[in-house]
Design a protein around this ligand. Structure first.
Ligand SMILES: *Cc1c(COP(=O)(O)O)cnc(C)c1O
Length: 463
């Protein structure tokens, strides 16, 4: 058997990592100088690093380990599936039991008539597929000029060339000649940062109506679809005002453009319902799924489309597919993950118990001098830090306070991510109330230390 590196001392692992591993979304030189944190194992909501330090994972990996770490059942089905049929393709008029069963299960779980799944290896490539589906759909219907996909600034839809183009992350567009043509971006419904004097409800409506203006500007004959995350995740857990999605839905219906809900984070229980579309009353024509679909235990994603879109697509060749579309091991793991989510009532527990429990504590953070606002939807949440609450001000050097607070969190044994100066969490859906207490204690401790440091460094005005 191949000898794994678990026995090596941390410094040695870090040196080899620095020598041979290029990390995503990282400035390599800085990381290589200090060395990566090496995570060696995990159970439930707790990670253990190579020094034996236990860390509460407030991010469920990358928003994906919904059922928590260490579930043997998933290892077992992966093992069994690898022995039975480790791989076969779905291109050449073939199929296999796990992909057949997963398609049926997803059709049952996903609301409306979204009954047909095109499988991918993750969320980025599923969104690439969505672009091709949306454009091909209109072309088959005799409207090949309908190509533009309208998205939002600060959206995250993945990191392939097409998915990053679809996303609205400036730092990603700044490298490698993005975005590709025929993608346009309207403004996001981020009230705290951009709402000015409007109420959140007025602002939500105004931002949704930018879609209508953009369709008019582009010409309805050129627009294929609108894509949005029910709650923007990587953007900093931006929970839209209540007026936003109903207006977006009205506009998509009025102009008959496809509505794509990117549920890669919101899906599979994150917002306290199975899908964010249910929480926000969205009726998508296409849904992107990944992450929580397998709780991260195996790579898998998909584009789920309506009966009508499937009927149109089925009438022509679709010249598109991935070697790992419907990978049998990933499908088997996803099925077992869905069984656990369902049979253990994990989504109900989030909705009825842990999310309300977290929300009460999270909302109370608004009393903290460093906190401008809190945002929360189910078990995804953000703390907006500010040097001046009443002015809804940004820090002079955006991201600095976030980095400081993130480091204090880690020091206290909590993984919390920062997006500029928002602190965000998205813990495993199986997090217990006791662990939420622990999370809050560590988080408040980090906020206090961050405030003290910002004051000492002259970065906090209102104090
Ligand atoms: C993570 C994410 C993606 C990309 O998924 P990958 O599996 O990383 O390719 C797409 N959309 C949203 C909303 C995401 O959060």
């Amino acid at each position: 058997m191949n000898v794994l590196f678990n026995h090596l001392p941390t410094e040695e692992l870090q040196a080899i990592d620095a020598a041979h591993h290029l990390h995503p979304f990282t400035k390599g030189a800085d990381l290589n100088a200090k060395g990566a944190r090496i995570i060696t194992r995990a159970k439930g909501s707790t990670l253990t690093d190579s020094e034996g330090v236990e860390i509460l994972d407030g991010m469920a990996g990358l928003w994906c380990v919904n059922i928590g770490y260490g579930r043997d059942e998933l290892a077992k089905v992966a093992y069994d599936q690898m022995r039975e049929l480790p791989y076969y393709n779905t291109f050449f008029q073939t199929s296999h039991p796990p992909v057949i069963q997963l398609g049926q299960k997803l059709a049952e779980l996903i609301p409306g008539d979204l009954n047909h799944v095109f499988f991918a290896s993750g969320g980025s490539d599923a969104n690439d597929t969505n672009i091709r589906i949306a454009r091909h759909y209109w072309a088959i219907k005799g409207k090949p000029s309908k190509k533009v996909i309208i998205s939002r600034h600060n959206a995250y839809h993945g990191s392939t060339v097409a998915a990053a183009s679809l996303g609205g992350m400036q730092v990603m567009h700044a490298q490698g000649g993005l975005p590709i043509p025929d993608i346009s971006h309207i403004n996001q419904p981020f009230w705290w940062a951009e709402g000015g004097e409007m109420s959140p409800e007025e602002f939500g409506l105004a931002r949704a109506q930018e879609l209508e203006a953009e369709i008019e500007r582009l010409g309805i004959d050129n627009v294929a679809a609108f894509i949005g995350e029910p709650v923007q995740g990587a953007g900093a857990v931006i929970v839209p005002p209540s007026t936003y999605w109903p207006e977006i839905q009205r506009i998509c219906d009025k102009y008959e453009i496809l509505l794509i809900a990117d549920e890669v984070i919101c899906g599979f229980g994150r917002t306290g319902n199975w899908f964010g579309s249910q929480t926000y009353g969205i009726k998508p024509d296409i849904m992107t799924i990944a992450k929580g679909l397998s709780s991260g235990y195996a790579p898998i994603g998909g584009s789920v489309v309506s009966d009508e879109i499937a009927a149109v697509l089925d009438s022509d060749d679709f010249n598109h597919g991935y070697t790992y579309s419907g990978h049998p091991v990933s499908c088997a793991v996803a099925l077992e993950n869905l069984r656990i989510l369902e049979e253990e009532g994990i989504v109900d527990t989030v909705r009825d118990e842990t999310a309300p429990y977290l929300k009460a504590k999270w909302d109370a953070l608004n009393d903290h001098p460093l906190v401008g606002e809190t945002r929360i939807s189910g078990l995804m949440a953000a703390i907006q830090m500010t040097p001046d609450k009443s002015a809804r001000a940004d820090f002079a050097n955006p991201g600095e306070a976030g980095t400081i607070c993130r480091d204090f969190c880690l020091e206290a044994g909590l993984v919390m991510r920062h997006v500029k100066d928002s602190m965000i969490i998205s813990p495993p859906l199986v997090i217990t109330k006791g662990e939420i207490d622990m999370l809050m204690e560590r988080c408040v401790g980090a906020l206090d230390k961050t405030l003290a440091k910002l004051k000492a460094d002259g970065m906090f005005r209102a104090g």
